[in-house]
Design a protein around this ligand. Structure first.
Ligand SMILES: Cc1cc2nc3c(=O)[nH]c(=O)nc-3n(C[C@H](O)[C@H](O)[C@H](O)COP(=O)(O)OP(=O)(O)OC[C@H]3O[C@@H](n4cnc5c(N)ncnc54)[C@H](O)[C@@H]3O)c2cc1C
Length: 391
């Protein structure tokens, strides 16, 4: 473990915002998520009820949704955004509705993101808007682009529409001086996302980092890509916006590679992913003149390493080119203890109608059950805080 002066053990700081009732709810929620068969059963049951049109939001909203989401629309999110501001924690807004399939739905997704950017222009505690480019066009088209297959006339029109939607949001982001973070997705569609994003960075990030791309360090080629992108940014004189993540689709990626008879692009072990993540973090800190970096992780070691490196390299904790982010509803011991030490910290806050955000919530539950150690750690910390409060 790195040996910085910061500890994540202070549960009083971590859970200060939670009432006793909310603390009990969170403990119950994470304890349920820790039971794998219950998560599997609950997920398929929820999907079934949704499919049948049964109004399950009445149950989901107060228990699960409100723990992980900001609100059904931007107005509902405002209270949370301001509350987090009082604790020096910023917000990364995300329209949490998953990929759709018609032009009207893509346009609706642009509209929601546009409104989030405009709100961020006024509410300065919104530090960025997180966007999935597959929310603006067909996944199959991204696949075709990745495979460098020629597009027919109607596909070219679709591609133009995706580019135009992305450009519209980039212009709004620049105009409102709000950052946009482009999510990383599956490896078989990631190349066009990288290309489109880097091209916009070159145009837009000339005075500051407005657009950020996401680097998944579970991929064995992404540290190399990060280094190449820095060279490209230096050559063309723009700021490289970098969001570092480990990556969310390990099983899916490995299964896909296996079924296609290909070698998986994912590192062969968690340790190898950790090594590359920490090397990427160190690399970013060594190039803060050109790189603006968001460390998006719940990993205690990497977050402590960040504080240790900042101290060693004599970089101020509140350097504007460094921030740390965790999902809203998780990793509070990291967010609030780091924020207390002066580091720029943000929570990733999804918003959208309960029914539409359910796939995001199901993924949270499934991922939490499978991400080694994370759930046990959340429960342990919540219990320590309950004991401290005597409840
Ligand atoms: C603010 C925020 C934004 C995010 N945005 C994105 C995004 O745009 N795209 C995206 O893909 N993910 C995104 N994620 C999710 C992220 O990629 C991780 O899945 C999640 O944060 C867990 O990783 P961790 O760093 O918190 O730490 P840990 O819990 O220490 O690491 C778990 C991660 O390690 C990796 N891993 C686990 N087992 C293995 C193995 N056997 N071999 C190789 N690697 C392994 C996986 O990436 C796994 O998710 C985001 C997370 C946050 C907090």
């Amino acid at each position: 473990m790195p040996s910085p002066s910061i500890s994540f053990d202070n549960t009083e700081i971590a859970f200060k915002a939670l009432s006793n009732k909310e603390l009990n709810r969170a403990t119950l929620l994470f304890s349920l998520f820790n039971v794998e068969w219950l998560v599997a059963l609950g997920s398929s049951f929820t999907e079934r009820l949704l499919h049948l049109g049964i109004p399950i939001h009445v149950l989901v909203k107060p228990i699960v949704y409100s723990h992980f989401c900001g609100g059904e629309d931007l107005v509902e999110c405002t209270m949370l955004i301001r509350e987090l501001a009082t604790r020096n924690v910023g917000v990364l807004l995300n329209y949490g509705v998953e990929a759709k399939s018609s032009d009207a739905e893509y346009e609706y997704s642009v509209l929601q993101n546009m409104q989030a950017i405009q709100l961020a222009g006024k509410e300065k505690n919104i530090k960025a808007v997180c966007i999935k480019l597959t929310g603006f066009g067909r996944v199959a088209l991204f696949e075709k682009l990745q495979q460098k297959q020629g597009l027919n006339a109607s596909e070219q029109i679709e591609l133009n529409a995706i580019n135009e939607r992305f450009d519209r949001l980039c212009s709004a982001a620049l105009e409102n001086q709000v950052s946009i973070y482009i999510d990383a997705e599956e490896s078989w569609i990631q190349q066009p996302i990288d290309d489109m994003t880097l091209e916009r960075m070159k145009r837009v990030n000339t005075k500051s980092a407005i657009i950020y791309n996401t680097y998944q360090l579970y991929r064995n080629d992404k540290l190399k890509d990060l280094k190449a992108d820095l060279e490209y940014a230096k050559k063309h004189g723009f700021y490289l916006g970098v969001k570092l993540v480990r990556g969310a689709y390990v099983e899916k990626e490995n299964e896909f590679a296996k079924s296609a008879g290909k070698v998986s692009p994912i590192h062969i072990s968690k340790a190898a992913t950790d090594d590359d993540f920490n090397l990427a973090l160190t690399f970013c800190l060594d190039h803060l003149d050109t790189i603006a970096c968001c460390v998006a992780s719940h990993n205690e070691y990497s977050c402590l390493l960040l504080t240790q490196l900042l101290q060693e390299k004599k970089i101020p904790f509140n350097h504007p080119h460094i921030s740390v982010s965790q999902l809203y509803g998780m990793g509070d011991h990291i967010t609030y203890n780091l924020s207390n030490s002066g580091i720029n910290c943000n929570k990733y806050v999804p918003f959208g109608p309960v029914k539409e955000v359910i796939p995001y919530l199901i993924r949270r539950a499934q991922e939490n059950g499978s991400v080694e150690g994370q759930m046990g750690r959340e429960i342990k910390l919540l219990k320590i805080e309950k004991t401290r409060r005597g409840i």
